[in-house]
Design a protein around this ligand. Structure first.
Ligand code: FES
Length: 132
């Protein structure tokens, strides 16, 4: 069993999971709000088997949200996450832009973990942005 780190308090201290794993279909995407440090952020969640990946919901191209409405994401025929603003396509689960105006840039990952059928912020440190 892990515990939430001191650096990231999700709402009331130490308590709220981000989402039930069962609420995410295989390959599915969801948007949740989470408190990272002092900031409330929109996160993109993506399920891949029993693992879940998460990124800040900010496109590296122009700093806009990727969803066209809260929690409504576009996917390409190839299964890429497509930014609704200018069409950058991000590979899943890597989060790196494979086509579009910010090719080679990456979404900013957030460490999450699955425990007891729920998705939590991991010992939650933001990992550094990959620049390209
Ligand atoms: S803001 Fe996402 S492609 Fe431009």
């Amino acid at each position: 069993m892990g515990s939430l780190s001191d650096g990231v308090a999700a709402g009331a201290p130490g308590t709220a999971p981000l989402i039930d794993l069962a609420a995410l279909a295989e390959g599915g995407l969801a948007e949740v709000q989470a408190r990272l440090g002092e900031d409330e952020e929109s996160l993109i969640l993506h399920r891949c088997g029993d693992a879940v990946h998460a990124w800040i919901n900010v496109c590296p191209h122009a700093g806009r949200r990727l969803d066209w409405a809260p929690g409504q994401f576009l996917k390409s025929r190839e299964g890429h996450l497509v930014c609704a603003v200018h069409g950058a396509a991000f590979g899943l689960p890597g989060g790196v832009c494979v086509a579009g105006p910010c090719r080679g840039d990456a979404l900013r990952p957030v460490a999450v973990e699955v425990r007891d059928g729920q998705v939590w912020l991991a010992a939650a440190r933001l990992t550094s942005r990959t620049s390209g």
